[in-house]
Design a protein around this ligand. Structure first.
Ligand code: BGC
Length: 410
């Protein structure tokens, strides 16, 4: 069994600590980037993408298809919405995007055509034989340049997706082609939105004063309601995962170097579910001087941070049984990585508030957030002073897609 280098572990614990001053800087820099970005987005690390949508009125209604694509799974839902806050899921079909030994639509071996053919098949299953015309809203959770509400071009993959032939393409055209091939022309894609925008509009459909929508999951990103975008109201997708005015520690740099897109998505690589487990793995590999790659998930980290089966998880994943007193160090490291993650996310919300000066309520969706009261509390604590409230968005991505479709055909 390997020896633990305690100094390495202790140093890493310090490297992942985040001070109040550092958080204040993040907040300040974030505000500056937003304000600079409203003038000339190319000069900032925030993409500031207009969504072609403003807040819903709450009167939107009808039955729509919602396609939710952008994380570990792809989901198609038939949803009925009526009046503020009311919705019913009539049918739901879901599939992972990769299954070991069978298929992987996120890999470089897959093409956009194959991916969208797969999605069209799921759409067909959800329709259960119906051939009535139906409008479809698509939540596509990647940085995309919106051409209008119905059309968006993928700027670049994030979250380590590598599927060929999608970057630079209009994803609505790819979807429309795939629908045609399956004789599903009666399905009309009328809106494509980011998942943060879906979270914001679905929550604003239900309650008042929601002005920020955020995803804290495999990926991370935030959008907000901008009252003055070239004189108009507009929900703006910040693509805040790309925010780069940050102090990276040695492990952040290592992770970035080994990633699919070095230099990009620096905030996301410090906070999101796709990466926090990897940061932990990198520290343990170094501290245990291991050649082998470890595979700690964000869920493992949340458990370790709360000392739930911590020693057992370390032994399983790193093949090392912590000795007396060592478990506390492993717990502390996990807690610091997660505390830094949630505190950075909260600092960006504060940064938006410093810009808009209008007290927002924040809707947050995503598995990492929804499943971990531990992280919810850290975010809430960081926002307490400013009196900003947070809400968990239920069915945000799908409901948002349906509302966007309703807004498109209104
Ligand atoms: C993407 C965003 C998305 C976020 C959450 C990021 O990797 O760039 O567009 O909103 O993940 O899914």
């Amino acid at each position: 069994m390997s020896e633990l280098n305690k100094i390495t572990l202790q140093n890493a614990i310090t490297e992942f600590e985040i001070t109040a001053n550092a958080l204040t800087d993040v907040r300040k820099n974030f505000t500056e980037e937003i304000e600079k970005g409203l003038e000339s987005p190319a000069e900032t690390s925030l993409k500031m993408l207009p969504s072609f949508l403003t807040l819903p009125t709450g009167d939107e209604s009808g039955t729509y298809l919602a396609l939710d694509f952008g994380g570990t799974n792809v989901r198609v839902l038939k949803i009925k919405i009526w009046k503020r806050g009311n919705y019913k899921i009539l049918k739901k079909t879901e599939s992972p995007l990769k299954t070991a030994g069978k298929f992987d639509f996120t890999a470089a071996t897959a093409t956009g055509e194959e991916l969208f053919d797969f999605i069209a098949k799921l759409i067909e299953l959800t329709l259960e034989g119906s051939t009535d015309e139906i409008y479809l809203g698509h939540t596509f959770s990647f940085p995309s340049e919106q051409l209008d509400l119905a059309n968006a071009k993928l700027i670049s993959w994030t979250k380590e997706f590598k599927t060929k032939g999608v970057e630079g393409e209009n994803v609505t055209e790819l979807l429309t082609k795939a629908l045609k091939k399956r004789n599903l022309d009666f399905v009309k894609p009328v809106a494509v939105i980011n998942d943060t925008v879906a979270t914001l509009i679905s929550s604003a459909y239900i309650r008042e004063n929601i002005l920020i929508g955020s995803i804290y999951a495999t990926g991370h990103n935030t959008c907000y309601f901008e009252p003055n975008y070239n004189g108009k109201e507009m929900i703006i997708n910040l693509e805040s995962g790309g925010f780069s005015k940050l102090e990276q520690n040695s492990y952040d740099k290592l992770l970035d170097e080994k990633s699919e897109k070095p230099g990009e998505q620096l905030l996301e690589k410090m906070v999101s579910g796709r990466y926090v487990g990897e940061l932990y793995s990198l520290v343990l590999q170094k501290a245990l001087n291991s050649e082998k790659l470890f595979d700690f998930s964000s869920l493992d980290l949340c458990n370790i941070a709360q000392n739930i089966d911590a020693a057992k998880i370390i032994e399983e994943k790193a093949e090392y049984a912590p000795k007396d007193g060592e478990t506390a160090l492993f717990v502390k490291l996990a807690a610091n990585i997660l505390t830094r993650s949630a505190s950075l996310v909260a600092a960006t919300f504060l940064g938006i508030y410093s810009h808009t000066k209008k007290l927002p309520a924040v809707a947050i969706d995503g598995s990492l957030y929804a499943k971990n009261p531990f992280l919810q509390d850290i975010i809430a604590d960081n926002l307490k002073e400013a009196d900003i409230k947070t809400f968990k968005a239920d069915e945000g991505s799908a409901l948002g897609a349906a509302i966007a479709a309703a807004l498109a055909v209104k």
